[in-house]
Design a protein around this ligand. Structure first.
Ligand SMILES: Nc1ncnc2c1ncn2[C@@H]1O[C@H](COP(=O)(O)OP(=O)(O)OP(=O)(O)O)[C@@H](O)[C@H]1O
Length: 348
């Protein structure tokens, strides 16, 4: 079966003062059914722009190239009632569509229904003037051919699934009456209400304190597993990737610089940027006296991208070739790729 998401050579440029500047360059990635792909990198590396390009939510100043193939249920065959298990999901009749060229109306139907999104701050995504119950029901009524009464009872079920205690009362409350963690649970309920094939979560726990973060991640892991949903998890936190993901793509200055299985990339990191990110993680092991090693320097501005390797100005292993020639993504081992001249066979 085709990948749920197959992004091919995606590039995004923004028009700024009459010039087009590259925010995302030649990004290719795939996500299989039920798989979680982590997209990591420092602030400004292009993670959010990539997800907004996939969902066609970029501003009008953006120029997008490439292909975003999404394999979702054939609209004509879609089961109007959300299923509750992976078996039903895989049995759906799927059809591949290219999201950058589908009609706006079709894209609106895909968003929230077949592809859902969760963002960092739930307060900005929830509408402060509507009760929780109406906000979940609204998603169901928009995408599924059901009555308001059915939508209400399915919303209640979803609140139970995301572990909200007293769900009957919460249905009648407003977002400001809930804690941050509960609001994020509600966002997950809304995102999963229509049983999407793909969930995109952009820093979903960054605004929460650590114990709540762990609970929300655990919830997302459980619910995507139960529903058979694929997950694109955007984060700057490698600990979250280790906990949640099957595969990881590391972004730097708008490009993927390394990707592969989490084990391969974590235990056999090839790109000096990935190694730098690993060394910058605090270690809490009592015997460790190592100091944190931040990566010196900053991500280049999209207005001044280096000509060769974009990481060259910060790289501890920089060579003449790196400054002059832009490296491709080289295959290191089966499915493990690194955009570094040192990864070319014979040079490592
Ligand atoms: N509308 C826009 N116009 C011009 N530049 C933009 C626009 N949106 C994003 N950018 C630029 O694109 C680059 C990538 O931004 P993006 O938000 O994707 O980074 P990110 O990796 O998600 O960072 P963060 O973790 O801080 O959200 C940045 O340099 C950003 O300034």
């Amino acid at each position: 079966m085709a990948s749920v998401l197959d992004v091919q050579s995606l590039s995004v440029e923004f028009q700024v003062n009459g010039r087009y500047l590259p925010a995302v360059t030649n990004v290719s990635l795939t996500i299989e059914q039920g798989e979680t792909l982590g997209l990591v990198g420092e602030s400004g590396c292009g993670k959010s722009v990539t997800s907004l390009a996939i969902t066609r939510l970029l501003s009008k100043t953006a120029r997008v190239n490439g292909k975003v193939l999404f394999s979702g249920p054939d609209p004509a065959q879609r089961n109007p009632v959300p299923s509750s298990g992976p078996e039903e999901v895989s049995a759906r009749n799927v059809r591949e569509r290219e999201l950058l060229t589908v009609r706006d109306k079709d894209m609106q139907d895909i968003r929230g229904n077949e592809i859902s999104m969760i963002f960092q701050e739930p307060m900005t995504s929830l509408n402060p003037v509507y009760k929780i119950g109406s906000q979940i029901s609204e998603t169901l009524l928009l995408h599924q051919n059901i009555s308001p009464r059915q939508a209400f009872s399915q919303s209640l079920e979803m609140l139970k699934k995301v572990g909200i205690s007293r769900p009957e009362q919460i249905m009648h409350q407003y977002p400001h009456q809930l804690s941050g963690g509960m609001r994020q649970r509600v966002m997950i309920a809304i995102a999963m209400a229509c049983n999407p094939r793909l969930l995109i979560a952009d820093e979903p726990t960054t605004a929460l304190d650590v114990t709540i973060q762990a609970q929300i991640l655990e919830l997302m892991k459980g619910i995507t597993r139960d529903f058979g949903t694929s997950l694109l998890l955007i984060t700057h936190d490698l600990g979250v990737v280790a906990e949640m993901c099957n595969r990881v793509a590391v972004m730097y200055a708008g490009e993927i610089v390394e990707q592969g299985s989490v084990d391969e990339v974590f235990f056999n990191a090839k790109h000096p940027y990935t190694v730098g990110l690993m060394n910058a993680i605090p270690k809490f092991d009592a015997t460790s006296k190592e100091r944190l090693q931040p990566i010196e320097g900053n991500v280049p501005s999209i207005a001044r991208m280096p000509k060769g390797c974009r990481f060259a100005p910060r790289c501890p292993h920089v060579m003449k070739q790196c400054v002059e020639q832009h490296p491709d993504l080289f295959e290191v081992e089966n499915g493990h790729q690194s955009r570094c001249w040192l990864s070319v066979e014979g040079e490592a």
